[in-house]
Design a protein around this ligand. Sequence first.
Ligand code: ARG
Length: 544
Amino acid sequence: MSSLPSLLTERVQSVTGVDPEMRPATKPQFGHFQSNVALRLAKAEGRPPREVAASIVEKLQLDDLCEPLEIAGPGFINFRIKASVLARTAQELLEDERLGIPLTEQPQRVVIDYSAPNVAKQMHVGHLRTTIIGDCFNRVLTAEGDTVIPQNHIGDWGTQFGMLIEQILEEGIDASSLTLAEADELYKRAAAHFKSDDDFATRARARVSTFQGGDEESLRIWKQLVDISKPGFNEAYERLNVLLADDDLAGESTYNDDLPVLVKELEESGVAVVDDGALCVFVDGFEAPLIVRKRDGGYGYATTDLAAIRRRVRELDANRIIYVTDARQAGHFAQVFAAARKAGYLPDSVQAQHIGYGMVLGDDNKPLKSRDGSAFKLSDLLDLAEQNATPEIALAAIKYADLSSGLQKDYVFDPERMTQTTGDTGPYLQYAHARCAQILRTADAQGLAVGPITVLDEPAEQQLALLLSRFGEVVDEVAEALTPHKLCTYLYELASAYASFYEQCPVLKSEGEVRASRLGLCALTRKVLAKGLDLLGIEAPERM
Ligand code: ARG
């Protein structure tokens, strides 16, 4: 179902031939929308704008949607949607389980690669962003009928295990008894040791090959580190209330057996060539080649990512692959995608996208760091927000702050501001929802009829109904362009429109059909707010 504004736009455009650029009217007496299309066309045609406006109005057949059109000022066309049309549309939405969210015509299998923390390390604020953003994409695409396959590409392999295993052996500790926080400390000790002690560094490097070569003792310790890390990740997911589950884990190590096969394929097809001892894929537009096998025979992060694409296309049947990581990995993914296309692992029919996000900054406008200078831990950030609000509100605040400005932008983590129940915040939306719920509880207690929506005569009611009719379209745009901030802006506008309605139109104190209609609007607003918040991964409380 198209929203009223877009339906109107389409109809006008079919007469004018150009986008009428409908703008919400600035004052109720101008109707609901205004277009300056006549002024624009007049310039090109060299005719007086009001005359052009009049001939457009004459050709437009909008009696079913609008009150008679008006020409205003120098040649603006004012559109006022009929109150009956608004009421009917709102009532249809109230009865529509999908609330106007379209189902995609061609459902896709979408792999979303997100979260991906690293073993033996606590999740930091960067992982907060990828986890929250990926979760939102997951929810929005699922709502439109796509099959989402989350892939949690955890860092459970790679060179860091050389130093970790050496450090564990040297300290003689039992890795299976560590908590994730303790493993994180161990990681820091190992890294410091690696820097300060050349002998240790040499042993750690040698350990990488022993370990990757299948040495039993090394693998046993590695497995212990992986096993103690997973509960820590799950704890964070639970605290964040996201959809990720153990089934979604597909860590780097799960590609080990594919790597030699892939490398052989690349070598045989000539896509990869030996350069200075390393096996490389050269891709146009990149200065340095992508190294699939290092001189010492080892495989790196990029090789694993090629193997991941190969599997996602061949075995998971993905039509679209979305990666959510720090914006600084943009170059890496651009090169991996290009190499994968060249190798035939990523056919043109499969879309691959990297969505890079900006950094979380402290109040000094610098990347948030913990006191010891290391990356700020996710749990500390949640603790900080919870100093200002209940866990539920704190989480809503964080998620909303994370999603409500363009993803690429850095944002300042300001727990005091973002937990406020006023202004452009998550808790404000939750509060609007709780207010809707409250009024519906009272209506229920008094045995009042909620809906049908039949009369909408007040400007505030009409604005609210117009906005509600746009919900599906907004969700659709977010699914297409992966821009959660647009959903945030929409919900903020909706909550504000609800506040004006609430102020200007008595609900419980009105009577008969008007009261039923207004309660119907409250019910619809509540549903749309709840669904919208749900798509952002935010809970919609009944009371606040
Ligand atoms: N583990 C990486 C990190 O913490 C992110 C992995 C992203 N996904 C991928 N397929 N490379 O930065």
